[in-house]
Design a protein around this ligand. Structure first.
Ligand code: FES
Ligand SMILES: [Fe+2]
Length: 325
């Protein structure tokens, strides 16, 4: 996992008032809760007193209280109450719990995987989607998130894995694709076509061709299929641990304004998203090794260009990680 990045970890609706929620994210057991103002907080789900899981405790005055001896922590991880020591006892810093910076935006809970003090302001999302109607389906894949992301950047598999859905038409010949990277987005333009005996076009021959529809990816784990200005499919990849990933697959539309009709339209889009992603899942879950890297010894082809770029940037970001965390 890449440190010092914002990850989607939950959907907003999953963290309910007065209901601490325990989940594993980024290889760690965490507890999330809302304070009295509705703000979401996250600390490690292991009581520093005697190791109990805090998620079966309760929310008291906006703090998370352990079910065993009712010690309380605020969202910064500071221990604010040890009932057995009395109301006015001074509480040592040794009782501080590991906390994470959390934001709530675009219907998701985001967590900064690093020191809270280092948390940056900007979330790696596509801001314009905040005005879109959407519907989300969730899938759990038994795969490392890096392999799940690579699959979404894989333009070669489409006519084979999705033969009867988005891959209809037997466009097996991969021209390019054209992969570009700017400060925050890796963009892929796809030019797959029927194989009529012609050689595939090189990326350099396609570079200047205008194409609105494209795949877009923002590190560490947000993907968008820009189908048209008004229809987009997004995936937030949520790392659980080294072998499990959640996918929040979202159909976004900005054509229909009526809430009810938008819901129905997006719901239909979600049925399709769910089906297509399941076609991918059965294949990706078999991939070995589980975790992607630059040095797998795989024999790649020009069509794998976007995956090569992804690996390159991922390795760079991983090597930039401060050694202290
Ligand atoms: S184990 Fe949590 S307060 Fe004692
Ligand atoms: Fe696919």
């Amino acid at each position: 996992m890449i440190k010092n990045q914002w990850y989607v970890v939950l959907e907003s609706k999953e963290v309910r008032p007065n209901r601490p929620l325990g989940v594993t994210r980024l290889n760690e057991k965490l507890v999330f809760w809302r304070d009295e103002l509705g703000k979401v907080h996250c600390i490690k789900d292991k009581c520093v007193h005697r190791g109990v899981s805090l998620c079966t405790g309760k929310v008291v005055n906006g703090h998370i209280a352990c079910p065993f001896h009712m010690f309380e922590w605020d969202g910064s991880g500071k221990c604010v109450n040890i009932p057995a020591n009395g109301k006015h006892a001074v509480i040592s810093k040794a009782f501080t719990a590991k906390s994470y910076a959390v934001k709530e935006a675009y219907g998701y809970i985001w967590m900064f995987y690093g020191e809270a003090a280092d948390a940056t302001d900007r979330l790696p999302y596509f801001e314009e989607l905040s005005t879109f109607g959407h519907h989300t389906v969730t899938q759990h894949w038994k795969a490392h998130y890096s392999r799940v992301i690579e699959n979404q950047l894989d333009v070669v598999h489409v006519p084979f894995v999705h033969k009867s859905t988005i891959g209809r038409g037997n466009k097996t010949l991969v021209n390019g694709p054209v992969t570009t990277v700017d400060e925050e987005t890796l963009t892929v333009k796809v030019f797959n076509t029927l194989d009529e005996g012609q050689p595939p076009k090189k990326e350099s021959e396609l570079k200047n061709i205008e194409k609105k529809s494209q795949l877009m990816f923002r590190f560490p784990a947000i993907w968008q299929n820009y189908i048209s200005e008004k229809i987009r499919v997004t995936i937030a990849f949520v790392p659980i641990d080294e072998e499990n990933t959640l996918l929040y697959l979202r159909f976004n539309q900005n054509i229909i304004k009526s809430k009810v009709l938008s819901y129905l339209f997006c719901r239909l889009g979600s049925i399709m998203n769910d089906k297509i992603a399941k076609e991918d899942q059965v294949v990706v879950e078999t991939q070995l090794p589980k975790v992607s890297s630059n040095k797998l010894g795989e024999k790649l082809i020009p069509g794998d260009g976007p995956i090569i770029k992804y690996r390159h940037i991922r390795e760079k970001l991983k090597s930039d990680e401060p050694k202290s965390i």
